[in-house]
Design a protein around this ligand. Structure first.
Ligand code: G6P
Length: 610
């Protein structure tokens, strides 16, 4: 979703801004723009539809000299993807801004501004902000006050970077509801939507809080909080290595991230297990006492993170014996719900900036839950900062829009949570010790599954011409089927749906014919025989079956049935093992179809607006 980069430096900034945009490409966007204030105080702006590479080509043709500038990748919300709607937006050659977020009262503001004589050049909600800032500047206010005055009029979410041509030594930034970081250099300052954009120029960052306004010059930095009081926010050193956001020799980030899973899981477990137990301290010092009083768990998340929550429900109810409900954040936040006594609220999010998940957490905060826990991959994210308890997944930066290593590290974290909760709810030591041993075996087990990459690439050829695919699973494999279907539709644009196999007769069986491949996730568990009868129903109707099964599952390859054998796996960790071939299948189908695997159309990595 929209990406912001800004710089006020001692050196030309155009190349820094473009590299920042390239590093934010993963967020998803459909147009890009850059503006630099030249030495002659002329604002030069270039905007293009499509990829950042195209913008870079344009900048090569018409260089943008200057040491103060802003750049942006836009993911269309109000107004179609078009050059006129791309940021930066400006008002009468005086001031210019980039914006991430949505202004909900833009129509009212727009009407008033049209009456006041402003001319609009875009259909965006953003343009009202720069006209409002212009009005404040025209009334004689300085840029910081002008930004504050304008943002007072706004209802909605924003991260902003603003420049005034008549005050060329200053860049002003503000955030509310959308993420924004400041990069601290030597004699220069930067802003960006996330740390990744600025790693080539600095490793020192300040994370703005809700309602903050920041005034950046080359040598100075001042921040005011939501109430207008000056504040000092800590400077944090980022430990993310520069090359962790590079693709290396992999063809796509998604493939790199799929193959990073054994390492990411080992990192996520590091220091959180003894030989036989999961350590409650991993969730914070208060966790053990708080968890002892937990009587119910509510998990809220979006997308892939929601699927991780669905797997966890089987674990939390099955092992810890605690009732657990799982809900999509955008639904949870808009319905009246009952908060259980002794309720633990768990928000799961890779980015920690997903608007609906954050809103759900804020709602939960006021609703009387006994504790709020964030399971998140980004230590500096809003979700982490606003939760009582935190368990960080240690997947490292995930760039591909389709989530892979974030998912499996979330699963591992949720299994840790189950064990720690289970301890105070009667889970016996032997079961915990067995689960710990299985967790430890996971990296090696997943390496074995990744060795199936070539076989799955060959299998993918049979899906390329299809328009629909049905995924089936039972029990804790149903969420894996859901995740497999989500992966396939996200990146290959093939319509895919997942059903609990037992529901087949209640509708989807009507869709089965030779053009509808059916993918089944079939570990060797108590539900296997039932699943096999479901699969017979598919075969009897001419459906092509692709069964991913444990090595020892007795299932023969007959006409119309393809069986992919996975290493023998204990039930408990089977969801992690079976998730990998689902990811690989979607990846290879997408590659064969020639889609934009890492940045699929219309999708964003970090959904920071509703
Ligand atoms: C977007 C991403 C998904 C992700 C979902 C939730 O849709 O494309 O990959 O699962 O947001 O994101 P979160 O960062 O909250 O896990």
């Amino acid at each position: 979703m929209c990406g912001i980069v800004g710089a006020i430096a001692q050196r030309p900034v155009a190349a820094i801004l473009l590299e920042g945009l390239r590093r934010l490409e993963y967020r998803g966007y459909d147009s890009a723009g850059i503006a630099v204030l030249g030495p002659d105080r002329e604002l030069r702006r270039i905007r293009t539809l499509g990829k950042v590479a195209r913008l870079r080509d344009e900048v090569e043709r018409q260089p943008l000299p200057g040491t103060l500038g802003l750049a942006h990748t836009r993911w269309a919300t109000h107004g179609e993807p078009a050059t006129r709607n791309a940021h930066p937006h400006q008002c009468r050659d005086r001031c210019l801004l980039v914006h991430n977020g949505i202004i909900e009262n833009h129509e009212i503001l727009r009407r008033a501004q049209l009456e006041g004589g402003h001319r609009f050049t875009s259909e965006t909600d953003t343009e009202v902000i720069i006209h409002a800032i212009f009005d404040q500047l025209a009334a004689g206010r300085g840029l910081v006050d002008a930004v504050r005055g304008a943002t007072d009029l706004l209802v909605g979410a924003y991260a902003l970077g603003v420049i005034d041509t008549q005050d060329p030594e200053r860049l002003v930034a503000a955030r509310k509801g959308s993420p924004l970081v400041i990069g601290v250099g030597f004699g220069e300052h930067f802003i960006a939507s996330d740390v990744a954009a600025l790693l080539p120029v600095t490793h020192r960052f300040i994370f703005l809080e809700e309602g903050d306004v920041a005034d950046l010059t080359r040598d100075t930095l001042q921040i005011w909080d939501a109430l207008g009081h000056p504040v000092v926010r800590p400077v944090r050193e980022s430990t993310i290595p520069l090359d962790s956001t590079e693709r290396g020799s992999y063809r796509h980030f998604m493939l790199k991230e799929i193959h990073e899973q054994p390492r990411a899981i080992a990192d996520t477990l590091e220091g959180r297990l003894t030989a036989t137990r999961a350590l409650p301290e991993a969730f914070g010092n208060q966790a053990e006492t708080l968890f002892a009083g937990i009587r119910a768990v509510t998990i809220v998340a979006c997308g892939t993170s929601y699927h991780a929550g669905l797997v966890a429900r089987s674990w939390i109810e099955g092992l810890a014996g605690i009732p657990c409900q799982v809900e999509i954040a955008s639904e949870y936040r808009y319905r009246r719900h009952v908060v259980p006594d002794g309720g633990l609220f768990v928000a799961i999010s890779q980015s920690g900036e997903t608007a609906d998940t954050l809103a759900a957490l804020r709602l939960a905060k006021e609703s009387g839950y006994a504790a709020l826990l964030a399971i998140c991959n980004v230590p500096e994210s809003s979700l982490v900062r606003e939760s009582d308890l935190v368990l960080l997944t240690r997947a490292g930066p995930e760039i591909g829009v389709a989530s892979t290593k974030a998912f499996t590290t979330q699963l591992v974290s949720l299994l840790l949570l189950t064990l720690v909760l289970g301890r105070s709810h009667g889970l016996d030591e032997a079961t915990e010790a067995r689960a710990v041993a299985l967790l430890r075996s996971l990296p090696a087990r997943l390496e074995e599954v990744l060795a199936l990459d070539d076989a799955i690439a060959r299998l993918a050829e049979q899906f390329v011409e299809k328009h629909h695919t049905l995924y089936l699973g039972r029990g804790e494999q149903y969420p894996i089927a859901l995740e497999g279907a989500l992966k396939l539709k996200e990146i290959s644009y093939i319509h895919a749906e997942a059903y609990p196999a037992g529901e087949l007769k209640h509708g989807p069986l009507a869709l089965i014919d030779e053009d509808m491949p059916v993918v089944a996730v079939a570990p060797n568990n108590a539900l296997l025989e039932k699943l096999k009868s479901n699969l017979q129903e598919v075969r009897a109707r001419g459906g092509q079956l692709y069964v991913f099964a444990d090595y020892h599952v007795a299932m023969d390859e007959v006409d119309g049935v393809t069986v992919v054998k996975l290493p023998e796996t204990d039930d408990l960790i089977a969801p992690l093992v079976f998730a990998i071939p689902m990811q690989l299948l979607a990846y290879h189908v997408a590659v064969l179809k020639g889609t934009d695997v890492d940045q699929p159309r219309n999708l964003a990595k970090s959904v920071t607006v509703e």
